[in-house]
Design a protein around this ligand. Structure first.
Ligand code: NDP
Length: 320
């Protein structure tokens, strides 16, 4: 691969997984305040599916992928916080399904020498999400009870581990059958009570972290204690329909929030705090990652099909 051209996935029109086209593209040039990163690995996240299908619209054509890690290759004007050759990772800048990506320099965090770039890439988006949900959206404390829907998924396994670290009890849901790898991973992460969605009937919990969306929303509201908090942060089963504020009163003066990572990793300080905690925990062994499968970038379609099929647990990666 020469310096001017690279391999990248491109989406020219929205649709199914087959719309992820492996193609040649110009290497992007870093503008003022940006850095060019030669990517080692890129994380696959559910948000990439929403971009591909058009649920979260993007200007066409675009290269998907919101998370990666690699080596700083070039610096745009005015960038003083990075050096060429430095190991960096990031989340929430689009275009990581590629050999190179340009990223605003403030979003690039240094990766410790002893941490593999693949590991850093795998933890940034889902890990910082789990971090902000449990520390900032609703701060878990010892003795509290939370619900983690899709507890065997990428965010789910990390959120469960962090909730346990903070001393909370975790009620988890998954479609996976007892004894399956996904079910066992959820138990290993520390889920105290686990059920499928049909049997879910928790009551009196402090907070529900719900990434499933449409199919779990109502049961989630019913699980809350008076003045509890409903955190709807994803739409794996489809977006939640509009609701009247009066419903929040009827369910016990509950709080409803719909957070996104961008607003909780909005400053350099927050990014360094959240990623720093995650890197530290991975290095001291108090947090583990389950990377289910790493695909060559050319097989991004297969990665999306697997993610949407619900068969996967933990993290899916693309090798750049
Ligand atoms: P996951 O690995 O959790 O995959 C999604 C999981 O959702 C599936 O494995 C499946 O687990 C469960 N699920 C339940 N119903 C369905 C359905 N109808 N179709 C597909 N899956 C379903 O993905 P991620 O960890 O990448 O993301 C989890 C969620 O968190 C996504 O909705 C994502 O958008 C959201 N998210 C939100 C962020 C934010 O800041 N708001 C940031 C990051 C992620 P099972 O079969 O076991 O139920």
């Amino acid at each position: 691969m020469d310096k001017e051209h690279m391999k990248a996935i491109q989406v020219f029109e929205t649709g199914g997984a087959e719309k992820l086209v492996y193609s040649d593209k110009d290497v992007p040039q870093p503008a003022s305040g940006q850095a060019l990163v030669k990517l080692t690995a890129s994380g696959v996240n559910y948000i990439d599916v929403y971009h591909r299908t058009g649920l979260y619209p993007q200007p066409m054509p675009f290269t998907p992928g919101m998370e990666g890690a690699g080596i700083v290759e070039a610096l745009g004007e005015g960038v003083t916080n990075l050096e060429i050759g430095q190991k960096v990772a990031y989340a929430m800048a689009i275009g990581s399904y590629a050999d190179y990506a340009v990223v605003p320099s403030w979003q690039l965090v240094p990766v410790p020498d002893l941490l593999a770039l693949e590991t850093a890439a795998a933890v940034m988006l889902q890990g910082m999400t789990a971090h902000y949900l449990a520390h900032s959206t609703f701060k878990l404390e010892p003795g509290m009870t939370c619900v983690v829907h899709a507890c065997g998924g990428g965010v789910g396994l990390l959120l469960t581990q962090i909730a346990k670290k903070l001393g909370a009890m975790v009620i988890g849901t998954t479609s996976a059958a007892p004894g399956s790898a996904k079910y066992e991973l959820a138990l290993k992460a520390g889920v105290d009570v686990i059920s499928n969605y049909e049997d879910f009937n928790a009551k009196g919990v402090h907070v529900v972290y719900d990434s499933v969306g449409a199919t779990t929303f109502e049961a989630s509201l019913n699980a809350l204690r008076p003045r509890g908090m409903m955190v709807t942060y994803g739409n794996a089963s489809g977006p939640v329909p509009d609701i009247s504020p009066l419903k929040l009163a009827q369910k016990g003066s509950i709080f409803l929030t719909r957070p996104t990572l961008g607003h909780y990793a909005a400053t350099r300080e927050e990014l360094i705090w959240r990623s720093g905690d995650l890197f530290e925990w991975l290095q001291d062994g108090s947090l583990w990652l389950h990377v289910e499968k790493t695909y060559p970038m050319s097989d991004a379609s297969e990665a999306h099909r697997d993610l949407e099929s619900r068969k996967t647990s933990g993290k899916l990666m693309l090798k750049n």
